[in-house]
Ligand binder design. Sequence first.
Ligand SMILES: Nc1ncnc2c1ncn2[C@@H]1O[C@H](COP(=O)(O)OP(=O)(O)OP(=O)(O)O)[C@@H](O)[C@H]1O
Length: 654
Amino acid sequence: MRGRDGRPRARGSAVLALPALLAVAFLLLPLAGILARTPWRDLGTHLTSTEVTEAVSLSLLVSGWALLLALLLGVPLAWLLARVPFRGKAFVRALVLLPMVLPPTVGGVALLLAFGRRGLLGPWLEDTFGITLPFHTSGAVIAATFVAMPFLVISLEGTLAGLRPRYEETAASLGASPLRVFATVTLPMVAPGLAAGAALTWARALGEFGATITFAGNLPGTTQTLPLQVYLLLQDRPEAATSVSLLLLAIAMAVLVALRGRWTGAASGRSRREAPAEAPAEVPPETAPPGPLENAPPEPPSERWSLHADMSGFLRFALDAEPGTTIAVVGPNGAGKTTLLRALLGLTPRAHAALRLGGTEVTGLLPHRRGVAWVPQDGALFPHLSALANTAYGLRAHHVSRAEARRTAQDWLDRLGVGGLARRKPAQLSGGQAQRIALARALAARPRLLLLDEPLAALDQTTRAHVRHTLRTHLAGFGGVCLIVTHDPVEAVSLADRVLVLDAGRAVQDAPPTEVTRSPRSPWVARMLGRNAWQGAVTDYGLALPGGGRLAVADPLPAGTAPEATSPDGLAIIAPEAVSLHRERPSGSPRNVWPGTVREITSVGSRLRVLVSSERAPDLVAEITPAAAAELGLCDGTPVWSSVKATEVTLVRL
Ligand SMILES: Nc1ncnc2c1ncn2[C@@H]1O[C@H](COP(=O)(O)OP(=O)(O)OP(=O)(O)O)[C@@H](O)[C@H]1O
């Protein structure tokens, strides 16, 4: 069966609609009952009577204090539950939830047995501080806090768990202490969840009855809050009780409407905040002419820091670099690039870095004291701060005065060509602008080691070229070592003084870009650079290929000890331009000839790349002109012969 919109109608919808409607009616009827029976004419008189106004003020006082207590205790508890792994977390979480499911009167009895005159702590509180909680307003506050705090903890824990730790880690890498990170990044970013939790907590505290009457009693002016007043009025003046009930109902509804579904996650403020907003039309594109300072030669670095890192754990290599060196870190997925950055930041237990920057040993220091700045892939600009405040963040964390920090931050933004965007919030920036501001923020923090995680990944080709140029200019003025994780060979070769190739946690190659380009030592890098890379066993003629094929090279390596084709110890690099394609077996018998089939043809600039598969050799990519392809009549499935001159093969030992 199909509905009006053409979609198949859910089979059970009619069956489910009836009980669902009954549920709505069940929830609505009691409210309708209050509205129908409210004595509207006497409403004013009832709500302004002395006992009611007294109860209202007491309720506001009690719920206000309960909210304050819940915030003071519940916020750290929510943070602990969301962020710190510890044994017994499930038990603590169950404990937090308990007051929500426990009958409030049982909660009141439990409070009496803990804080009452004969309770566990009551006598000590009375003897030491002279505090008696039962039958006192403070008792009503304790009862309200006990039942209401779970709403705050649960709401905030959920929001905190949804907040990606990247923001807090970036703040720490800019020099902010854990407390500063919590106050300036975590709290503002979870503000909507916190506000929702606080509103619910307050509303629950305002409506608290069972625990209050059991623990604190029903003393007019002392513990007789609004709900207790309703209970009392119901016995003598039911009409007045209805009026006061209406007041409580209106307050509860107002709170829920103000939350607009945040409690159930229907319209979370955080998700709105995180959604990438379209950059307004007047935002200058990344390709705009450079700002006045952007092309200025960078100031010579006033301080210089070398890098020495001994990696252990998942990563097993040592890294040494002179001040001012830029190292591109490349490698296949899962090679350990991110783990390397996180180990240098001191943020992962998976790998350990014994780290020395300049002459300073920083291994034992917490992340915010290391002087290692991190720019994550999307920049992780703090969404609640302007571009200027973001850039000034590291300086403020280092206790630079506000005015001085803002001046320096503006200077950095100008240098990176984004000075005009200083007042913008991150949601109003494009990807390229955000990247440059994130870089300005990291450089402004004066780090000793700079870590850039795929800094240009999110940018389009034109923007990439421009930002790459800006990046190179400014890295030239940086006095520390810079590590750039990248998957882009152009980025690696054009930005870096050295390329560090990782594979499965090991450094496969660490060499200048020219050497890595000329003789890559891993198949992955060779392919990344657009070369054919064949692994095999080194022999006296060249390379024995898996499957029994042979590759002859002009300059063979001394033969290895590896059994042929079972454990490859050699890598042959063949440039696609060095591969010739023929329809007939080429005459003159070149030594490397294989029959094969065209599998794919793609265009690269003005040339074509032809992928040829063969039963006698691994897949081979040839680069030819469109004219040559037309002459050979190539298309998918065409049988061809591939040939490679022995002099065109570079062989390296793995
Ligand atoms: N928290 C973790 N717990 C267990 N293993 C992990 C964790 N994080 C990463 N790994 C593993 O560690 C290895 C290295 O991961 P890492 O994220 O450093 O790789 P990468 O080189 O950055 O990869 P990519 O290019 O995909 O980002 C991978 O095998 C990965 O599965």
